[in-house]
Design a binder for this molecule. Sequence first.
Ligand code: G
Ligand code: G
Ligand code: MN
Length: 402
Amino acid sequence: MDVDDIPIMVVDDSKSIRLVMKKILNRLNMEDITFCEDGAKALTIIKQDPEHYHLIFIDLNMPEMDGMALIRQLGSARFNGAVVIASQMEHRVINLASDIAKKNHIHLIGNLKKPFDISQMECILEKYRAFRQRSTPTMNVLSVDEIRQAINQGRLMPYYQPKVDINTNQIHSLEVLARIDSPGDGGAITPVNFISIAENHNLINLITFHLLKTALFEYAELESEIGDFFTLSINISALQLEDLNMPDKFDAIVLDGGLTAKKITIEVTEEHALKTDKQLETLNRFRIKGYGIALDDFGTGFTNISQLLSLPFTEVKIDRSLIAGINDDQFSQVIVNSLIDLTSKMEIELVAEGIETIEELEYFVKFKALILLQGYLFTKPKPKDELIHWYHSWKKTILKNV
Ligand code: G
Ligand code: G
Ligand code: MN
């Protein structure tokens, strides 16, 4: 487990529980832990610096301020780390707690059942890591000039990662993920190192349109090799949705590239989109033109399941923080099962992101007609030729196993 030591708080009125938590966390190399025996004390400490703690474990049942009240108060204190409820919870309580947390803008990522054990805690830390990953910038951020140069030199390219239909064993869609080829030191540069700079310096449309054109150009070969019906999924920043003409600009490129709107899905992240009327208008316009629209990273933002009903999404992608270890995690199972229930009734496509293990895959077998899977277990994102190569060997494996 490669989670660095992070500032953690444990709020529990039982001394023996606090001791057990300390033991388990220490064994996983977590040393920076603050213990509180009641909610009021926890709140006072957090209010002094709401950014400090990354992860809080809260007991639901405490005298005076209980866990739910504390979660509500953390919302008012603008705490933006992750919360884990350290109590046994039955199904309805999980759904309700998740709703209350979202209403209060709190990221509830899981629950720990008593007796706590180390593998449960490892799973929580993995979910935490997945939750945190996308908002953490890395060290090698590119400069504006380096980004411009990369585009001009043709080093910005689409990588593709499939959304797999394990019911039919077909590729349902390929997600286009931006990469900058970096000669010499191996691996391509990933979006965390350039997308937000590009957004801030008015380069993001250039990136999107360049990737879109290249993907449209490569589609013919991908289609002839992969053969199955599949769509392209393109990520768009919330910022780009502020431009009411974005769908027109986008559509002109798609038509020019010889594809139609219904072959393309626009992915927007839950965390940043859906904040303004303009964003919703642009999304609607994409939809009216016939594009699919996907709510990406569901679980990292604050949309609750019932709000999904009122938004024009054709697809929901469940964030890896809800998928990691789902086979052994009742909290994720309850939330994901509710989503499966809702989206299948509404004919919304549902995708589980970040499938890494056989056990996670196996959990979804019983839902195989209702959900698509995407993740490293199938393949990491790859450039066109490598993806085609992967596809042929994957097909062979499947044929051998049926
Ligand atoms: O592999 P991965 O590191 O590709 O992507 C990290 C994040 O960057 C993803 O959450 C994805 O939404 C975002 N991303 C990838 N490609 C693009 C892109 O072309 N435009 C925008 N706006 N975001 C992208
Ligand atoms: O746009 P979105 O956030 O959905 O982008 C997917 C991101 O998740 C990309 O950064 C991609 O490289 C990454 N990703 C895809 N599959 C897996 C996986 O199985 N595990 C992990 N940790 N990340 C994944
Ligand atoms: Mn995406």
